[in-house]
Design a protein around this ligand. Structure first.
Ligand code: SOE
Length: 400
């Protein structure tokens, strides 16, 4: 132990800096608000709980447009530097991993330039504004040979991983139905301003790309690829006060809610629905999957639990079983607390960041557990086809 010395009867040892046996990885985060905070928390927590870490994230730099806000965030979170120009962060030689937590409009260019600068890239969902951008991003990371992941963090819920294990093992038999909703209520007040998530120029779509992207990615992760869709979108409040001048209003040009039917390539059928107008639903992502041998049910607002039904159970005890997914046999749990000491939403980001950094340091494949930019492209195709279907009022096939 470096700097050890006798202090009376107590030996004192000084730990200076990161123990040399632990590698570091320089991280630069684009964006400092909601997702910037969730990701930073994960970078700080990961090496403590996944110890020894594959590498300890070094909070090199954070970036945001407003210097007063991003400098405050850098101080608060513990970043060494801050930038108001994303290009400077991407070019910073100390940054090995660029984490793009900016609005959807700003996913493509910074992620492509990061890849071209030889940086690994984590990009928040949805990957892009449209399929064309998503494909350019995917081509760029492939050309650069860097690791690439999309922030579909719900893949990293232990209960979702248990669901995937049961499905992949055939415990549910042949999958017949996928049924998912992702319901929130945060913009029901007409006085809620026209923030970037409600503007087509910044987000491309509303509940569809924001919440729908998650349950569409989980559809692919748990059931398989989608063959065709039939969608419906709705905007309940057509205009809202402008954040920059509440006395003026702007048009809401994205969906407040969507519903879509899915035909999967493996013959299963599905429905996905997301809305920001469901009073009482805070962050209510609920999934039911039914197979020939049984069913599972997951609710994000009770994310430590998975309800499982098996037709193989004896008739006198057949019924949904509630599994508390907090035993160390389940992924990631052994890194936290004893069983029953439940985890939360933020832990899914710690798991995601651990997986990414482990794959970077040990050159492991991000998928199938994590979503790569390829998965981001496939999700983008389904999003775009749902919009096309809603506009044209017909079923639309997903490009092969
Ligand atoms: C929307 O409010 C939102 O923050 C999404 O953008 C996130 O992806 C989701 O995890 C929680 O809800």
């Amino acid at each position: 132990m470096s700097g050890e010395k006798e202090v009376g009867f107590v030996r004192m040892g000084k730990i200076s800096g990161v123990p040399k046996e632990i590698k570091e990885i320089g991280v630069g985060v684009l964006g400092y608000s909601f997702m910037g905070k969730a990701h930073t928390n994960a970078y700080i927590k990961m090496p403590i709980f996944f110890y020894p870490p594959p590498a300890k994230p070094r909070l090199v730099a954070i970036c945001g447009r407003t210097e007063s806000a991003v400098s405050e965030a850098a101080k608060r979170y513990g970043y060494e530097k801050y930038y108001t120009d994303w290009r400077s962060l991407v070019k910073d030689d100390d940054v090995e991993l660029v984490d793009n937590a900016l609005p959807n409009k700003m996913h493509a260019e910074p992620s492509i330039e990061a890849a071209e600068a030889g940086k690994h890239v984590l990009c928040e969902k949805p990957l892009a504004m449209n399929v064309e951008e998503a494909k350019r991003m995917y081509e760029a990371v492939k050309r650069a040979g860097v690791k690439h992941m999309v922030g579909f963090n719900y893949r990293f819920v232990p209960a979702i991983q248990l669901a995937k294990k049961l499905i992949d093992e055939g415990y549910l038999g042949e999958i017949l139905h996928y049924r998912a909703v992702y319901l929130q209520e945060w913009i029901m007040d007409p006085s809620f301003p026209l923030v970037w998530r409600l503007r087509k120029s910044m987000a491309a779509s509303g509940a569809l790309g924001d919440l729908g992207a998650h349950i569409i990615d989980l559809a692919r992760f748990l059931v398989g690829d989608v063959e065709s869709v039939c969608g419906l979108t709705k905007t309940f409040i057509e205009e809202r006060p402008l954040p920059e001048d509440p006395s003026r209003k702007g048009k809401v040009d994205v969906d407040d809610a969507f519903i879509a039917l899915l035909k999967f390539k493996n013959g299963a059928i599905g429905s996905v629905e997301a809305s920001r107008f469901c009073a009482g639903r805070k962050n209510y992502q609920r999934i039911e999957i039914h197979g020939t041998e049984g069913s599972i049910e997951f609710n994000l607002e009770r994310l430590n639990e998975l309800n499982v039904y098996s037709r193989r159970d004896a008739e006198d005890r057949m019924g949904f079983k509630n599994i508390l997914v907090t035993e160390t046999v389940h992924p990631f749990i052994d890194k936290w607390w004893p069983h029953g000491h439940i985890i939360g939403w933020e832990h899914t980001f710690v798991h995601e960041i651990y997986h990414l950094i482990d794959c970077i340091v040990n050159d492991k494949p991000i998928d199938p557990i994590g979503a790569t930019f390829y998965d981001g492209v496939k999700c983008q195709e389904i999003l775009e086809c749902i919009l096309k279907s809603a506009e044209e009022g017909r079923w639309v096939n997903i490009p092969l």
